[in-house]
Design a protein around this ligand. Sequence first.
Ligand code: FES
Length: 356
Amino acid sequence: MIRWQQLHKWLGLLIGLQLLLWIVTGLLLNMIPSVWFSASMHQQQSASAQATPISLQITVSINDVVRLSHLPLSDIELITILARPAYQLTQVNGQQVFVWADTLQTTTKHQQVLSRVSLTDLQIHQIARASYRGDAKLAPAKALKHDNTMPVGTLMITANDEVDTRIYVNRHSGSVIAHQNNRSDYQQWLLMLHFMDYNSENGVSFNHFWTQIIAVLSLIFIISGIRLLVYQLHQGHFWPIKKRPVTINLYESQQLIAQISAHSGCMLDNINKHANAQQAKGLITECGGGGQCGQCVVLYLSTPPSACEYDIAKLSKRKLALGYRLSCQHIISNADLGLSPQQVSQWYENTSDVNQ
Ligand code: FES
């Protein structure tokens, strides 16, 4: 049972933390206007570099493309990259290749091959500038380190503006992949925490690994909670139905100091209920009846109940043999219980504190 309690406690902490993250990030995402997070704050809506009319210098035909690509193609599209004609080849696996439509390369073996698009840093900079709205200075293009979220060949250009805009341009397609800035980064962080999207390769799926883990842990949390509740009911906690009354006598050094008539519940609850009626605090504990602090220990002067798991964990074998038990873990019975002088002095100390 102790293991169930430990499990329940740590799961509660873990799930509680995630719940707190859900609430805080959900509130922030709702309260902060979405325009504040906008990644396209400085993005030019019409990319003029791409919209320039196509030149008519198309010397590579579609037949040439099919013959020379040696790729399993599902689609071919004629596009422009910086006003120069190019073919966008889509393979059957969805990957895309870009080749110039006005140039064929010749290899050292005098064979003709398609000329793949690979823009210079200056051209990348030109495309980034055309996609940027504002006067800020753009830094030179930088190659990205390994990043699975961007296509191969993507470069980053940063703008010296108030939100540190970053523009991502692909060297092979000439397309602007994305604009991002430090505010959109905050939004990504909040979304990541809110959806537990700790693995960036999840895409937009909610049914990812971490969601499944927290769902399973929540289920175990519920099961352990039910298990503990059943145990507590069995131990006499929260038991609403009254039984025939029993008498609990409390002694200090063989002197009767209290006589309690009880109908239901555990020993500790009834001792403290009686104490509270006398405006005293009773037995002071730290765990509130959880079997963890060991401060509710009493000595059974009459026959003790069998030691439970919590007694065994908190009390020495010698004490168990003498009849010491945790009063929070045992249901009421006709019993004579001995309190330690320290417990009694605390009891009366509290009575006088309250009465003063
Ligand atoms: S109240 Fe803490 S162990 Fe009993």
